[in-house]
Design a protein around this ligand. Structure first.
Ligand code: FDA
Ligand code: NAD
Length: 387
């Protein structure tokens, strides 16, 4: 039905890594018509973190085009859809790749069109894990939301408008759980959080950090249900969620439920064709996969962390940006018969809730030492460092 499309470079996925890779290509030298980005999302690459924060705010909520990649770096660099046109980069939006054949270097998209490439960058990111994946009773009910893409955020915003100042149950004590619980509270919802661990952000926060943040959340009126999970939902006659049943026997009333129980890297298209490790696509320190001319970056890549001597997958923006830049640097250098050094990554994560924010660098090892600003936590501007 369609003519085959040929490109020198194709990026599958149109998220943060794709946007930053495109920018690096243009910096290193790109001819019009050489690069295509194929994305199942309907909009040009944007800074995903906004979705669980200011996108949900009751006043002055962020909306596109204000947070297209790379807004955080330099306003002038913001990659609006026209930027791709100006650079001769073809954006295929609302276009899902449904088949990848790495041996013949072809990709097939949902409408049957075939794309061929010389070099492929896999940047498919992650998908949200759902309670329906585990067959939790009633998990298909209306007003149960997940958050990964802008279309999910739009659904959540609509749900919040329908159930203004209602009861919100946030499931999961990780990144999404904390950020969304805070945003829902700012919207005057009565918020409860449910998570299986003894404290939230369990893998990252020390008990002392967690006790500060949990107190802060409780003081804001958020109820914390720890050490338990959801076993089922009950609905009203209109199929909207009404009751959340916990394993410990408690039941919570709910108008809106948001589930943030982790992400799963999107590797299915490439299964059996490329080496995998830790659920991701295994790469070397230049983000080359086991297949020649195929690179993987961002959430999907399992890469060597030089300073710790192991392999890891990192699901955060800093790495999505830097891995994309590094892969493009490696591609362009190899075209000139050169090489660049291996990726040397210092893990870096961040988050923000209410008027607080934190940054984490490095690895979570050893005995924590905490340095408090003397007036923390009674001050309105608490501050501390943990080493
Ligand atoms: P990303 O998910 O950004 O992009 C993948 C793209 O590929 C998507 O557009 C998807 O539709 C597309 N795709 C997938 N399969 C496809 C197919 N078959 N065909 C076509 N397209 C396909 N991190 C952080 O450090 N600080 C923060 O504050 C936040 N906040 C945050 C909030 C929310 C709500 C989420 C969901 C995530 C964060 N993160 C974060 C994590 C961060 O956003 C994440 O690590 C990066 O977006 C990863 O970038 P990628 O480009 O790898 O994937
Ligand atoms: P997460 O891995 O941060 O947290 C998952 C949480 O789910 C766990 O802490 C646990 O409390 C909980 N959980 C697991 N199984 C459960 C169950 N059956 N019932 C109840 N709770 C359960 O994942 P997330 O918060 O869903 O985030 C998804 C992705 O988005 C991740 O890749 C994350 O890194 C990314 N993200 C990052 C940021 C940031 O860096 N600031 C912000 C939002 C999202």
């Amino acid at each position: 039905k369609f003519e085959e499309k040929h490109f020198k470079y194709i990026i599958v996925g149109g998220g943060i890594a794709a946007g930053h890779a495109a920018r690096e290509f243009t910096r290193k030298g790109l001819q019009p018509g050489e690069l295509a980005i194929i994305s199942k999302e309907g909009v040009a690459p944007y800074e995903r973190p906004v979705l669980s924060k200011s996108y949900l705010f009751p006043n002055g909520a962020a909306r596109l085009p204000s947070f297209h990649v790379c807004v955080g770096d330099d306003e002038k660099e913001r990659q609006l859809p026209q930027w791709y046109v100006n650079k001769g980069i073809e954006l295929f939006l609302g276009t899902e790749v449904v088949k990848a054949d790495l041996a013949s270097r072809t990709l097939t998209v949902a409408n049957g069109r075939i794309f061929m490439y010389r070099i492929l960058i896999i940047a498919t990111g992650s998908e949200a894990i759902k309670l329906t994946d585990f067959g939790v009773q009633g998990a298909h009910a209306k007003n149960i939301f997940h958050l990964r893409e802008i279309s999910d955020a739009d659904e959540l915003v609509k749900g919040m408008k329908r159930k203004k100042k209602g009861k919100a149950v946030v499931i999961g004590g990780g990144y999404i759980g904390l950020e969304v619980a805070s945003a829902m509270r700012i919207n005057d919802f009565e918020v409860s959080m449910v998570y299986p661990e003894p404290w939230f952000m369990h893998g990252l926060f020390t008990p002392a950090i967690a006790s500060f943040y949990e107190k802060y959340f409780s003081d804001k009126g958020i109820k914390l249900f720890k050490g338990t999970v959801v076993v089922g939902f009950e609905t009203a006659s209109n199929e909207e969620v009404k009751i959340v049943k916990l394993k410990n026997g408690q039941v919570l009333l709910a108008d809106v439920v948001v589930v943030g129980i982790g992400g799963r890297p999107l590797t299915t298209l490439f299964k059996g064709q490329v080496q995998e490790e830790q659920g991701g696509i295994k790469t070397n320190g230049l983000f080359r996969t086991s297949v020649p001319d195929v690179y993987a970056v961002g959430d999907v890549a399992t890469f060597p962390v030089k300073r710790y001597g192991d392999l890891r997958r990192v699901e955060h923006v800093d790495h999505a940006r830097k891995s994309a830049g590094h892969a493009v640097g490696a591609i362009k250098a190899s075209e000139d018969g050169k090489s660049i050094g291996e990726y040397d990554y210092l893990p870096s994560f961040n988050s923000s809730y209410f008027d607080l924010s934190w940054c984490f660098y490095g690895d979570n090892v050893g005995e924590p030492m905490m340095f408090w600003d003397k007036s923390t936590p009674s001050t309105t501007k608490p501050k501390f460092v943990t080493y």
